[in-house]
Design a protein. Structure first.
Length: 365
């Protein structure tokens, strides 16, 4: 294992890099938070002090994402995989017979289908599996059902590096969007969705908290078998505290929201995201060693996948990049190749440093 005496550039997909300012503040406050003589991790989640953190975190997220008042914001546990179960249990009863439509564009949306099948019919309305998940099916090819409770998409496939440029229109049926790896990286019209959810460990904060944004009229329909902690209406009535919430991840996520606001908000995160992804894709596209196989119109801005045309160089690439302080570039085991996750906290200079390394490695190969 490499040892460093400095901060590295961490391209991990999640848990992922966090803003250094946020880490420093959490460090400074760790032993004596707000003069209480204790850590925020050690106080009651129902205390006046923590409830102030909770309320401010929700308010800042609502401001950043412009979440309307007719949506509930829940801070839960269980990650996106947990919501893959919670969503059908809460929403499928809206249909005459439990059923939902899915647009499958990668491994994460495949997982959503497999979980939903336990609770009702999971109809695949469109899939790019035959294209090896390198694209998103054209909207006019989708075979949406008339009797589905909702339509589920993964807005950004972390593993394959495929991203919906914008939320698709699905008519009056609620759209459910997994935004785990592109939340707060660009402006999103919450009103286009019935439900949005995201594990925080990719583009927000530490692992442990899951953000669920639900239109209020979609709550209160849960299947009788739904565990209480997955029943959105019960969680909402208990301020996401039906069980003890992940207090420290909520606190750090709140610090990240304030950091984003200081940087200029989501609009600035979007601008930086476009700059970073363009830097990397432009270099890959002109390279004779590296290649990206995702259709250009749906390339992810936050998870850039690439392959070395000479795969015998993979081990050397990973060893030398790690030694240079550019870590976690190995692609997911299901996809192979390489992947650079360039979330909000990754500075532009980090991507510039990666491109320079890749250029030098290609020249020496």
């Amino acid at each position: 294992m490499m040892s460093f005496d400095r901060r590295i550039y961490n391209f991990a997909a999640g848990p992922a890099t966090l803003p250094e300012e946020v880490l420093q503040q959490a460090k400074d406050e760790l032993l004596n938070w707000q003069g209480l003589g204790t850590s925020v991790m050690e106080i009651s989640h129902r205390s006046r002090e923590f409830m102030a953190v909770y309320e401010e975190t929700l308010a800042d997220l609502r401001e950043l994402m412009q979440i309307p008042n007719n949506y509930e914001v829940l801070l839960l546990q269980g990650g996106g995989i947990g919501q893959n179960a919670a969503i059908p249990m809460n929403l499928m009863p809206l249909a005459k017979k439990p059923k939902a439509d899915f647009v499958v564009t990668g491994i994460w949306s495949e997982k959503s289908v497999k979980e939903a099948q336990k609770y009702g019919q999971a109809h695949i309305a469109a899939t790019s599996v035959e294209e090896e998940f390198r694209t998103i099916p054209e909207r006019n090819t989708w075979q949406l059902s008339d009797d589905a409770a909702y339509v589920h998409i993964c807005a950004n496939e972390t593993i394959g590096g495929v991203e919906f440029p914008e939320f698709p229109s699905v008519g009056s049926i609620p759209l459910v969007a997994d935004i785990s790896s592109n939340i707060l990286s660009k402006r999103m019209n919450v009103n286009q969705c019935g439900v949005l959810f995201a594990g925080a460990q990719k583009n927000i904060g530490p692992a442990g908290v899951t953000i669920v944004i639900v239109r209020k009229d979609l709550m209160g329909h849960a299947m009788p078998i739904t565990p209480s902690i997955w029943d959105w209406a019960k969680e909402a009535s208990n301020q996401s505290m039906f069980n003890t919430p992940p207090t420290f991840p909520i606190y750090v996520s709140g610090l990240v929201f304030k950091w984003i606001k200081r940087q200029g908000g989501v609009l600035e995160m979007e601008r930086r995201s476009q700059i970073k992804s363009k830097l990397l894709y432009d270099f890959i596209d002109q390279s004779s060693l590296y290649e990206n196989s995702v259709s250009r119109q749906c390339r992810s801005r936050t998870n850039v996948t690439f392959f070395l045309k000479d795969e015998s160089l993979n081990a050397a690439f990973l060893e030398k990049s790690s030694a240079a302080g550019l870590v976690a570039l190995r692609g997911h085991k299901a996809a192979g190749g390489m992947r650079a996750s360039i979330y909000n906290a990754m500075p532009i200079v980090g991507v510039e440093t990666l491109v320079e390394f890749m250029r030098d490695f290609e020249r020496r190969a």
